[in-house]
Design a protein around this ligand. Structure first.
Ligand code: AMP
Length: 345
């Protein structure tokens, strides 16, 4: 069997180039996308601690607040100052952007990042976006999660995967693979997960922290979301809609939406599942998910979004009804013509 845990040469070279930009004594900011998920947060919490091992101070600055469900990842040794926003970026030596391939995903930080004197360093596993946040990249779409690339960075630089770092990276892997079920669950992903268990991760404890201690409002949100379920089984499409104000009504936050779209996707015969979330800004956030054979990246890209072949997102201006109609029309057309078939991006 090939040595799956060895870092592929292309990644090793990219990591060496990126690491050459980081020197002891520096202070760097770490930013991930709006509404950070388990991969964004886990990669940041792990990378911040790894940087500490090479004498670099890391400050996490995200465009939206650190999710409560992942607060434990920060413990008391990761500095998180998202509340201060772009002001922090002006005080650091360098910015590292994680889990983002398009600068737009930095939301309210994007314009500041575009104007930084030095280009951001990027660690990411998404398909290329329209406007990459930087040019010194560790980017590989074959990585199951950005956390896999942070694991590789630790290996290449000879750093120690302590138990808190292993827990953060495991969180990244387990959430981005839907609990090691999605198509990105590669043999290497499972080898890295095994190495993280060896480094002290207790999978049952991780399950309890990530999936077994959600607020009641999250389950009520799921109940109400499923109430909106609609289907077009002739095309193999199913979707749910979240009206503006529903999250607030349940004391829920964006992170509580994570996973809801898996329910429409789970229906027999469904190839394409969508979640439409109406925002108070007059925009609609869309989550696209697909089954094997359907490339939702191609559909999300038509609406200015991106992500992966089976999981993408987009932010579109307009009312919930209008945006939903436009997207469904494009989805039906794409499925009928074969434009969303794998390999036809
Ligand atoms: P989500 O539906 O928000 O869980 O996102 C699914 C995937 O698409 C994730 O990998 C996101 O990073 C990516 N994504 C979400 N929204 C956008 C967007 N507006 N532009 C580009 N990529 C996105």
């Amino acid at each position: 069997m090939t040595d799956l845990i060895a870092v592929p040469t292309n990644r090793r070279e990219a990591i060496t180039r990126l690491a050459a930009e980081l020197r002891p004594g520096m202070t760097v900011a770490l930013s991930t996308h709006v509404n950070a998920d388990g991969d964004g947060c886990g990669s940041q919490a792990a990378f911040a601690r790894l940087l500490g091992q090479i004498g670099v101070r890391a400050i996490v600055v995200n465009p939206t607040p650190w999710p409560e469900m992942f607060r434990w990842l920060l413990a008391d040794d990761v500095e998180e100052r998202s509340a201060e926003g772009a002001a922090v970026l002006a005080t650091v030596d360098r910015l590292v952007v994680l889990d983002i391939s398009d600068v737009k995903r930095l939301g309210g930080l994007a314009s500041t990042v575009r104007g930084l004197p030095q280009e951001a360093l990027v660690i990411d596993h998404h398909l290329p976006g329209e406007e990459p946040p930087g040019t010194i990249l560790v980017s590989d779409t074959s990585a199951c999660a950005t956390g896999e690339l942070v694991f590789d960075l630790a290996q290449v630089l000879g750093l120690t995967i302590t138990t808190p770092i292993a827990q953060a990276l495991y969180t990244a892997l387990v959430t981005d693979t839907g609990g090691f079920r999605f198509g990105n669950t590669s043999p290497r992903c499972l080898m890295v997960a095994a190495a993280l268990l060896q480094a002290g991760v207790n999978p049952e404890q991780m399950y309890a922290r990530i999936y077994g201690s959600v607020p009641l409002g999250r389950v009520k949100l799921l109940r109400d979301a499923l109430e909106t379920l609609e289907t077009d089984l002739a095309h193999g499409i199913a979707w749910v809609s979240i009206a503006d104000g529903l999250l607030e009504a349940h004391g829920a936050t964006s992170e509580d939406l994570d996973g809801i779209v898996e329910h429409p996707r789970s229906i027999a015969g469904v190839r394409l599942a969508l979640l439409f979330r109406e925002l108070p800004t007059g925009q609609v956030k869309i989550s696209f998910r697909s089954m094997a054979g359907v490339n939702v990246h191609a559909l999300a890209a038509q609406f200015g979004g991106g992500g992966h072949a089976r999981a993408s997102g987009a932010l579109v201006g307009g009312s919930l009804i209008d945006v939903r109609e436009r997207v469904l029309t494009a989805a039906r057309r794409g499925l009928e013509t074969g434009a969303l078939a794998d390999g036809r991006t």
